[in-house]
Write a protein that binds this ligand. Structure first.
Ligand SMILES: Nc1ncnc2[nH]cnc12
Ligand SMILES: [Zn+2]
Length: 355
């Protein structure tokens, strides 16, 4: 990894300027479900144009339903919302809207999860899903300067056979996604259930990630690492309950894509001030901050940074580390990482230089 020319020990930013630094610093977002970025206004617009009826009378009524008690209570609404996505242009539009927001938050690299089974089960073709999302990613590179890539997620509440069928259907578009992930209802669906399909994806040279330790136990994080052989853990916050696992994650430099506002909205932590992000950072884990499902959880990546720093008292040095981790843990090539890390250090040099 490129050594930084910047000495984090010299970072000194007045607290009043921390929000501006968090907003302006270059970053990568590594945990964003594109279906979870579908804002109610766009959802209603698509419902109207596609003749889909939603079980809510208005945008306001829908937003009022975003009062979740756990992961499943969210997923039920999230899958219902995704039912308005039918045509290639719909997939383009939802991704394009997110990528514009990402650019505004100074995201240089975004790795977007998508859930094809949510759509193919309703008769939408894989080509329609991947085609629209991929076209938006290409436009983001040329028109927004945001480097975006797709990660196909298998739904873990469905069978491994279903995951294999999904992989088969996606393989004609192999050059349009960089990896696979595992999401949906965690408890009761351990990573081992998907051992064979992940082994196949590994043979195909795909990057591997999995949600683990969001609500589920540390044992699921161990098996995501040892059975699925993932390169990053999505969420992973329950790892703090297992000291041996914390040691393993630190030693192997396994990144956790932490999503603080998601954890708050889904009642993983009762308050943001009680989030364990600082424990994870202090243990030397490669933590990153991400938005998960920003349309449902009250904020895009910069809001996640701002509110988490405010609630937990993290400092400008933590900000630099988190942003650096996001580039290092990304699936960009070495030259791409080096370019992003240079821009990060230039941003911090400007702030540390004083104004
Ligand atoms: N936070 C989350 N956990 C599991 N599956 C998801 N799908 C979308 N968001 C998710
Ligand atoms: Zn997620």
């Amino acid at each position: 990894m490129t050594p930084s020319t910047f000495d984090p020990a010299t970072i000194s930013v007045p607290p009043a300027r921390l929000p501006e630094l968090l907003a302006r610093m270059p970053k990568a977002e590594l945990h964003i479900h594109i279906e979870g970025s579908l804002e109610p206004e766009l959802m209603f617009k698509m419902a109207r144009r596609n003749g889909v009826s939603l079980p809510y009378a208005s945008v306001d009524e829908l937003r009022r339903a975003y009062d979740f008690s756990n992961l499943q209570s969210f997923l039920d609404i999230y899958y219902a919302g995704a039912s308005v996505l039918l045509h290639e242009q719909d997939f383009y539009d939802v991704a394009w809207a997110y990528l514009q927001r990402a650019q505004a938050d100074n995201v240089l690299r975004a790795e977007l999860f998508f859930d094809p089974q949510t759509h193919t089960a309703r008769g939408v073709a894989m080509e329609t899903v991947i085609g629209g999302l991929h076209r938006a990613c290409e436009d983001a590179r040329t028109q927004l300067g945001v480097d975006a890539a797709l990660i196909l997620c298998f739904l873990r509440h469905l069978s491994e056979d279903d995951a294999f069928e999904t992989l088969e259907a996606a393989l004609p578009y192999r050059d349009q996604f960089i990896g696979v992930g595992l999401d949906s209802s965690e408890v009761g669906h351990p990573p081992e259930k998907f051992a064979r399909v992940f082994a196949r994806c590994r043979e195909l040279g795909l990057h591997l990630v999995a949600h683990a330790g969001e609500e589920g136990p540390p044992a699921y994080v161990w098996s995501a690492l040892d059975v699925l052989k993932v390169e990053r853990i999505d969420h992973g916050v329950q790892s703090a309950k297992d000291p041996a696992l914390m040691k393993r994650l630190a030693q192997d430099g396994i990144a956790l894509t932490v999503c603080p506002l998601s954890n708050l909205k889904l009642c993983v932590f009762p308050k943001l001030a009680e989030h364990n992000i600082r424990t994870l950072l202090d243990a030397g884990l490669k933590v990153t901050i991400n938005s998960d499902d920003p349309a449902y959880f009250g904020g895009y990546v910069n809001t996640n940074f701002l509110q988490t720093f405010e609630a937990t008292g993290l400092t400008a040095t933590h900000a630099w580390q988190l942003a650096r981790n996001s580039f290092e843990a990304s699936f960009m090539d070495a030259a791409g990482k080096a370019r992003c890390l240079e821009r990060l250090d230039a941003c911090f040099a400007e702030f540390a230089g004083g104004h």
